[in-house]
Design a binder for this molecule. Structure first.
Ligand code: FAD
Ligand code: DLZ
Ligand code: SF4
Length: 513
């Protein structure tokens, strides 16, 4: 009787995943392995490590509860081989399996490794498509084929039609595809976001915390505010709480930022989604159900569904379409080392101090913090894309290369030269001031344009446009700022360059990551 080893990666914790579909409970073995190679290819945030190891252990227990033979290898098992390949080899021998079944991994690096296993391990390896995504890789390629620009909005409309989500026959629900113009409000005084659902670590999770503190003591981040759930039931509880408490105002305040409030009206579901504890379809369905019962308005529900059915599926498609070259793109020739403030949160720029601080404390920051503060600053300062990639890949509990890379290269840094975004998301202090309360208590003056007290985003913004005029000057979406730039006097341009040079040269950048 054929005996199959079924490997589940840390981000494949879904009962219905392709590699478990024809699981033979009487004969097969499921392998989950905590390995140093995966835990250290970047210095993951401590909360990400705890979340994934705790979720793997709980998932192993749940499968055992169904009578499945599960081999879970803990990171500190004496014989742990330290790599996925090493653990697969040991498990094949231990259990006498003659076949290995996998679901394709989320990263190019891991897929390349797996493709060598057939030869290296001398075993029949079956790699199945990951059908947890609503758009297959082949479907995305077909959509992208022959297109000059890969605009998300057009992809999203096709996905709406194909999934039937928020459709009224052939037309979009409510008559519009996109309600973004309604979704750009700052947070008024007196509007209080609901408390985030936190899960108190049990003894098993506390043991993982101790392991992570012992083995990864120098990694970025703190466990002090740890509150992630580790089971599917908890992930569903977090989703329900979001739908009931925050979703109705998700749209209105999607772009807002507030000191001390990292979660605001966001879903805070990305770690669960990306690890497989929730599926994209069920999260969208839960939001749409709230619209259908009148519990949440259309601008909120459409905005939320667009993030998952649109952006999440789209960036995954772009990743597989453009890898491995995508990682190396650097269209603007950015060459500055990542400033230390990304590791320390020690900076007078109040917006950055808060966004890095939230990231350190929660392994989370919401989209606008990531894009318009942390990404925007790296873009304006001209930080090397590879360093920005590594930082974003390690600091968030939801970070995997397939989703991080297009967001960094394409959206935040314009490193792909405009394949993903039609213009760089570059912004001065005025945007941050409009969307947050950070500027009110900042030592810099957001209204001042030049000099020691001026908000650095203000002159960095113009300096960025000056520096990159050759690459960006003909972008029609930047026509207005370039027209304004052309009206500036030579003295004003010198002043901008001098302020930017003084500020950037004074930024410590000593960390090795
Ligand atoms: P919500 O705001 O509630 O949105 C709901 C869901 O939509 C998210 O859970 C997520 O699954 C999806 N989503 C929203 N925006 C995006 C997007 N741009 N790309 C893909 N999915 C999206 N998201 C990750 O999951 N992992 C990452 O490593 C990651 N890195 C990012 C790096 C940068 C520079 C930027 C600008 C964005 C990044 N994002 C990443 C996207 C987004 O910021 C997070 O998905 C979101 O903040 C997660 O929080 P939430 O669950 O509260 O999201
Ligand atoms: C991210 C991660 C970490 C930190 N640790 C493990 C691990 O110990 N074992 C494992 O199977 N997977 C881990 N992962 C997830 C893999 O790196 C992941 O499958 C790839 O990032 C592809 O998405
Ligand atoms: Fe950030 Fe400038 Fe506002 Fe300070 S003034 S918080 S640096 S945008």
């Amino acid at each position: 009787m054929a005996k199959t080893l079924r490997l589940l990666l840390a981000d494949q914790l879904t009962r219905g995943i392709a590699s478990l579909k024809d699981l033979d409970v009487a004969h097969d073995v499921v392998l989950l392995a905590e390995v140093m190679e995966e835990a250290s290819y970047v210095g993951h945030h401590k909360q990400k490590l705890v979340f994934l190891f705790a979720a793997m252990r709980a998932f192993a227990e749940e499968l055992r509860g169904e009578g499945v033979t599960v081999d879970h290898v803990a990171l500190d098992d004496a014989d742990n081989a330290g790599s996925l390949g090493g653990e697969v080899r040991r498990a094949l021998q231990r259990h006498g399996c003659d076949r290995l079944t996998l679901t394709e991994p989320g990263e190019w690096r891991v897929l390349e490794m797996m493709q060598d296993w057939r030869e290296e391990l001398d075993v029949d390896v079956v790699i199945r498509e990951d059908d947890r995504f609503l758009c297959s890789r082949a479907r995305f390629e077909a959509w992208a084929h022959g297109r000059k620009g890969l605009r998300m909005e057009f992809f999203y409309r096709e996905m709406r039609k194909e999934s039937g989500l928020l459709m009224d026959g052939e037309a979009p629900e409510g008559g519009q595809w996109n309600y973004d113009p309604d979704n750009r409000k700052s947070l008024p005084k007196g509007v209080t976001p609901p408390a985030r659902v936190r899960f108190e670590p049990d003894a098993a999770v506390r043991a993982v915390m101790a392991l992570v503190e012992a083995r990864f003591s120098r990694n970025f981040g703190t466990l002090d505010h740890y509150g992630w759930g580790w089971t599917r039931a908890q992930a569903l509880e977090a989703l329900d709480a979001f739908v009931a408490g925050a979703l109705p105002r998700f749209g209105d305040y999607q772009d807002a930022m507030k000191a001390g409030e990292p979660f605001l009206f966001h879903g805070v579901v990305s770690p669960y989604l990306n690890a497989g504890l929730l599926t994209a379809r069920e999260v969208c369905d839960a939001a749409v159900a709230a619209y259908e019962t009148g519990a949440a308005p259309l601008n909120a529900v459409e905005g939320f569904v667009r993030q998952i059915l649109g952006w999440r599926e789209y960036v995954r498609g772009v990743y597989w379409l453009k890898m491995p070259e995508y990682r190396e793109t650097n269209a603007l020739g950015a060459d500055r080392k990542l400033p230390d403030l990304y590791w320390t949160a020690e900076t007078d720029l109040n917006c950055l101090a808060h966004c890095v601080g939230d990231t350190r404390d929660h392994a989370y920051a919401h989209h606008i913090q990531r894009l318009m503060v942390l990404g925007n600053f790296a873009l304006l300062a001209g930080v090397r894309p590879r360093e920005v990639q590594d930082w974003f890949l390690l600091v968030y509990a939801d970070a995997y290369e397939w989703v991080e890379l297009p967001n960094v290269q394409g959206m935040a840094l314009f490193a792909d030269g405009g394949m993903l975004a039609s213009k760089p998301y570059a912004a001065s202090g005025a945007y941050i001031d409009r969307m947050s309360d950070y500027c009110k208590t900042c030592r810099y003056d957001v209204k001042a344009k030049a000099g020691e007290n001026a908000c650095p985003f203000n002159y960095l913004y113009w300096d960025f446009l000056i520096r990159n005029e050759e690459a960006l000057g003909r972008n029609h979406r930047l026509a207005m700022p370039y027209r304004n730039l052309s009206r500036m006097t030579a003295e004003r341009l010198d002043e901008i360059r001098a302020d930017a040079a003084r500020f950037l040269d004074g930024l410590p950048a000593t960390y090795e990551g």
